[in-house]
Design a protein around this ligand. Structure first.
Ligand code: PNS
Length: 158
């Protein structure tokens, strides 16, 4: 049986921490879907189409990485896709509480689904999309923390 994993998130924008987790997931599972949540934030910096384009371009050469969007409950999307595993990145203890709640709620909603936590490479453990946006908007350097394409798109936006 082949294993389909889903890596859900807002990805506004995709960071090198996300890229690291997706790359690890693609080595571990037969196929991994980067599932971008529609309407996660009221005022996202990147539109849904922009986020999809960026992730598709970054993983263009990875045949077992797919980029998709979803609305509503993650477990319903997983059911539709017949996916078995939710992948989430854990950067620090501070992530743990919310991730633990989500994993157990998802298990209650759909016991068949397993959540697998993966740790990014240590140089990415402090990166978040929120901090990237803030630092970039205020003129700080984000080089090396996001894919080159994201840096380029950020420059076009701000
Ligand atoms: O990038 P994020 O904001 O950390 O991702 C959070 C996400 C998208 C994984 C989470 O908000 C989610 O799964 N939303 C879909 C709605 C849902 O299923 N909510 C119940 C989760 S227990």
């Amino acid at each position: 049986m082949s294993t389909l994993a889903v890596y859900p998130g807002s990805f506004d924008p995709l960071t090198n921490g996300h890229v690291d987790i997706i790359t690890r997931g693609a080595r571990l599972f037969d196929r991994i879907v980067v599932a971008i949540l529609v309407n996660a934030e009221k005022y996202p910096l990147f539109t849904m189409n922009e986020r999809v384009d960026i992730a598709r371009e970054v993983f263009r050469k990875h045949p077992n990485v797919e980029v998709d969007t979803f609305e509503g409950l993650l477990v319903d999307y997983m059911e539709r896709r017949k996916a078995q595993v939710v992948v989430r990145g854990l950067r620090a203890i501070s992530d743990f509480e919310f991730e633990f709640q989500m994993a157990l709620m998802n298990r209650r909603l759909q016991p068949r689904i397993e959540t697998v936590f993966m740790m990014p490479a240590e140089q990415y453990t402090y990166i978040s999309s929120r901090l990237i946006k803030e630092v970039f908007k205020l003129g700080g350097r984000v080089h090396g923390l996001v894919p080159e394409l994201v840096e380029q798109r950020l420059r076009e936006k701000v």
